[in-house]
Write a protein that binds this ligand. Sequence first.
Ligand SMILES: Nc1ncnc2c1ncn2[C@@H]1O[C@H](COP(=O)(O)OP(=O)(O)O)[C@@H](O)[C@H]1O
Ligand SMILES: [Mg+2]
Length: 256
Amino acid sequence: MAEPILRTCGISRDFGDFRAVDNVSLAIHPGTITGLIGPNGAGKTTLFNVLTGMLKPTSGTVQLDGQDITGFSPDALFSLGLGRTFQIPRPFAKMSVLENVMLSPMAQVGERLWGPFFQSARMREQETAIRKRANEVLDFVTLAPLADQAAGQISGGQMKLLELARILMGEPKLILLDEPAAGVNPTLTKLLIEKIEELNRDGKTFVIIEHDMDFVMQHCDPVIALAEGKVMFEGTAEDAQNNPVLLDAYLGAQVE
Ligand SMILES: Nc1ncnc2c1ncn2[C@@H]1O[C@H](COP(=O)(O)OP(=O)(O)O)[C@@H](O)[C@H]1O
Ligand SMILES: [Mg+2]
């Protein structure tokens, strides 16, 4: 099998005396859509926060394409091709949908490297390029008709598509989605799945936290289950479906 795109070795994360993520070692293989499941409070979002540099691990290491990225900032990880969405989208509510996409950290990396006092002509040139790319990305996620609307006024499902658009402003090779289908109507969920599968066919790797087991079983393989911060299952979607412990303890008890 190809080298993993992402590997964690013994990741733990404590909050005070409480260990939210406990010695998690896993490998994500390129080209897969991995489902990360487990009851509320299992440590899924905390693990994402560690993987994306929002939180430092208490112990353990993370590698992206064989490079040790433990403790790297989210911006540094964005530019290395690691994109993530949040469980609860947080767009700039008063700005337009288009502006939100243009303000993606992934679009801004080059600008920041140029420094604040760059000649205005180059700035304008870059803004034009970013605007063009943002429009293309909005078109891809089907939000182009809403480009000029205030981001605070679009639906929850449309906000999830907006988050995906923001990530796609860079060249992400690994995309982490935190509960993309939660609170999203079936039509938009279907659309989101189509987009994920299209991007996946295009070579992008996904890790998706999701409570909706139909979603996980139909679209994710392999499946990793966390409980109380630990990996308690790792296998194919089919094995997950037939695993009695998992079924009883975690899949049956629909959470939230
Ligand atoms: N910043 C924090 N400070 C203290 N405890 C936290 C913090 N973030 C998460 N936790 C706790 O860590 C545990 C795991 O949370 P989380 O990773 O959000 O779980 P999940 O995403 O699987 O529902 C929960 O008990 C939660 O209350
Ligand atoms: Mg969570």
